[in-house]
Design a protein. Structure first.
Length: 304
């Protein structure tokens, strides 16, 4: 959710009030979902950007016709000409300001209403996991209409949250990754919420105690709020966040062991990497990685 809001802020600062005078596109039948790249371009050209909304992320335009709805996936991002792209985590060494950027799917040429200056903004996606759509009414059409609550804009009451969780029997991590439950909570955000709530990612939703549900409700709101407030800049995340320690730090202490984890209807063995860190008390703690809901999940064994 924080990465989407960061992208929304970038476009708000760059594009609102600007007219799209030209659209460059490249053919990609996967990323352009249910439409051709040519139709995308002709639908939005010569229209002015009036509003930017997060969640999935859509660009409101003036005039008649559909508007762009963007899903970033894991590697979709925006880049303004002359600037680095907004990467998911740290900017890789191979990143550059070369233009047009590699893996570009479209470039908007935006003209300022008074100065007539042109700004170029590109959408790029290296792994082609993002999706570009055109919708008439984004909030009432899929994919946005099928999404769950937004932890920033529409966090449910504690009572509603409890009901939504307890009626499910899947692992709690899998529920958080289900966008029909909570919109915008991605993999690392879910791990961060579970870590601060002291809940194991594999615990079944319908077995959670009242104290655990209260902690999950609080941390869902808090983790997302903090991530958005710092504009998804991981250098500004609190030092006690799991995020700060999960990306391969302390590799010299890392070793591999085999544990039994639950994945789907049967138990399977999974290779789990272990990384030594410390609890807030100063006592040793261990970050372990397991597969839950089809995604690699990090948790601190001594605390969750």
């Amino acid at each position: 959710i924080s990465e989407v809001e960061r992208a929304a802020k970038l476009i708000r600062d760059t594009a609102i009030g600007h007219k799209i005078i030209r659209v460059e596109t490249v053919e990609d039948s996967i990323v352009f979902s249910g439409l051709s790249h040519e139709i995308f371009a002709t639908t939005i050209v010569d229209r002015t950007v009036t509003r930017i909304l997060g969640k999935v992320f859509y660009i409101q335009l003036d005039g008649e016709g559909k508007v762009p709805v963007l899903h970033f996936g894991m590697t979709g991002m925006l880049q303004v000409k002359g600037q680095m792209a907004t990467y998911y985590r740290e900017t890789p060494r191979k990143a550059s300001t070369d233009w047009p950027p590699r893996f570009m799917k479209f470039i908007l040429h935006l003209q300022h209403s008074t100065t007539k200056a042109i700004t170029e903004v590109a959408f790029l996606d290296a792994r082609r996991l993002g999706r570009i759509r055109l919708c008439t009414s984004p909030l009432t059409e899929p994919p946005i209409s099928s999404m769950g609550f937004d932890p920033i804009l529409s966090m449910p009451s504690l009572g509603e949250f409890k009901k939504g969780v307890l009626k499910r029997s899947c692992p709690i991590k899998a529920l958080f990754l289900d966008q029909s439950f909570s919109a915008g909570v991605g993999n690392w955000v879910a791990d961060e919420i579970l870590y601060h709530a002291r809940v194991h990612p594999e615990q079944r939703c319908n077995t959670l105690a009242d104290s655990q549900l209260q902690a999950l409700h609080t941390q869902t709101s808090e983790v997302c709020r903090i991530a958005v407030e710092v504009n998804a800049d991981d250098t500004k995340f609190p030092d006690d966040w799991l995020f700060k320690h999960r990306w391969g730090k302390g590799k010299k202490q890392k070793h591999t062991m085999t544990l039994v984890c639950f994945s789907g209807p049967t138990h399977v063995e999974s290779s789990v990497h272990i990384l030594n860190v410390y609890q807030p008390t100063g006592e040793p703690a261990t970050i372990k990685w397991i597969n839950v809901g089809g995604r690699t999940s990090a948790y601190v064994a001594e605390l969750q």
